[in-house]
Design a protein around this ligand. Sequence first.
Ligand SMILES: *Cc1c(COP(=O)(O)O)cnc(C)c1O
Length: 390
Amino acid sequence: MKEESRAIRNQIKRSHFSEHSAPVYMTSSFVFSSAEEAAQTFAGEREGLVYSRYDNPNTDEFALKIKTIEDGEDALSTASGMAAVFSSFCALLKSGDHIVACKSLFASTHQIISTILPRWGIEYSYVDIKNPGTWAGAFRDSTKILYIETPTNPALDLVDIKWAAELAAANNALLLVDNSFATPCVQKPLRLGADLVLVSATKFIDGQGRAMGGAVCGKKELIEDIRTFTKPTGPTMSPFNAWILAKSVETLSVRMERHCGNAHKIAEYLESLKDDIKFVKYPYLESHPQYDIAVKQMKSGGALLSFELAGGIDQGAKFLNSLKMLSITPNLGDSRTTVTHPASTTQSRMSETERLEAGVTPGLIRLSAGLEDVDDIIEDISQAIGKSRI
Ligand SMILES: *Cc1c(COP(=O)(O)O)cnc(C)c1O
């Protein structure tokens, strides 16, 4: 069976009720039939659950489905995407170590790397996505991790994952890839050589803007190291969220087909409006500067696109204010199409120069294609562009 089918069929063992779909196991701890059984379970000499901060049937089922769909050896569920990122850094790094990271990062990841980890003596160097030729020079003997996101947010630039994996390996570093934007249905970084994949399940995996969650997936011994960190520190996913998100993985591939199909049609529509549009960025448009990387490592162009209207920031603001259906909200990966103006919201704390380096031009608009009928989405965009011209 293909990963997508196995991710639907793989589930935890049924209880004595023989339920078809896994129930929610809202329990903090698990009981033992004897003092001896308790002692053996604690010592790891027999299989069995102990306490939900360590393990729970629902969080295990979610991790099992992520492991299957990402095609990894093992996976661990976490309370949020950021808990997955932070736990991975904490488990794999110690004082004196160094990270090389591509500068186009999710804002909270940037904050962890540039302000939190340095307090514990972990250093970093940022490299520029536009100049991959300079990346090799950033590695030191103490470099343990190369960290990337692809496609990047919100500029939708790409990193060649296979190339990055070879670069990391040549420098005795691990490659960590945040796959929240593409999702495992569009891109499988572990197959391209990544050591670990990090996911925010809050985005497309939930897909309906309801529950927070995250996961780390990859080599067994690395996941074991991260588990050793998360068991006592507790960035654990709630069983209820795990129950929602495990079900959501089962519908991910069919939802992603619609998300990505809609995004591609919207991108083509915007590109056809020559006079109104300065540029449209979408990995599967031939006009994308890294189109060859996109077709090599992504099954489709993903669900996100960005564009700038010819009238820059003023026309962008009028466009947002003229929308009737699309939601103006920073979330992405929702069943509803969402739009944001990164320069005044998610990237507003950066300086103008930092924004331009991250590909955030003043009038840039990021769109996350939802599951609505694409004709309705295009209709709303079209009428809002019409009004924004005046
Ligand atoms: C949202 C997001 C995160 C953080 O995930 P949370 O679940 O919000 O903690 C990390 N990386 C990327 C690319 C994201 O979009």
